[in-house]
Design a protein around this ligand. Structure first.
Ligand SMILES: [Zn+2]
Length: 129
């Protein structure tokens, strides 16, 4: 596969990919627009978070190259510099969306597992074959 990156000359038209969000660099120049993460796992999390199920079939490369989210979808604590909001930290995930039924938190299942783990005797359990 050859992925040639093409940057359109003269300022690309940057707009937010989130559901129910029509912010663009043109209409909201004060906002920052963030590329989707290049890491496939995190990229998918962003897609789920912003309710764009149609994008789930896209590769992280495609999302990274073509899709962005505006800074309105990120909490202050997710920015490296909350005052300027133009840099996200490495684990940032969009969480503020104007939707009625947000997707279930991915962490929930994990918590139940963690609780069950407490019941197990020890972490380094021996496996007998
Ligand atoms: Zn947005």
């Amino acid at each position: 596969m050859s992925n040639t990156k093409k940057l359109k000359p003269g300022g690309t038209r940057v707009y937010c990919s989130a559901c129910n969000c029509s912010n663009s660099k043109g209409s909201r120049p004060e906002l920052s627009f963030f590329r989707f993460p290049s890491d496939p796992k995190r990229s998918k999390e962003w897609v789920v978070s912003c309710r764009r199920e149609d994008l789930l079939i896209k590769t992280s490369e495609y999302l990274y190259a073509n899709c962005r989210l505006c800074s309105e979808h990120f909490e202050d604590c997710m920015f490296v510099n909350p005052s300027r909001k133009n840099r996200l930290n490495n684990t940032a995930r969009p969480s503020i969306f104007n939707v009625k039924n947000p997707p279930p938190k991915l962490g929930r299942k994990r918590r139940i597992l963690d609780r069950n783990e407490d019941l197990l005797p020890s972490k380094g359990k021996e496996v007998a074959y």
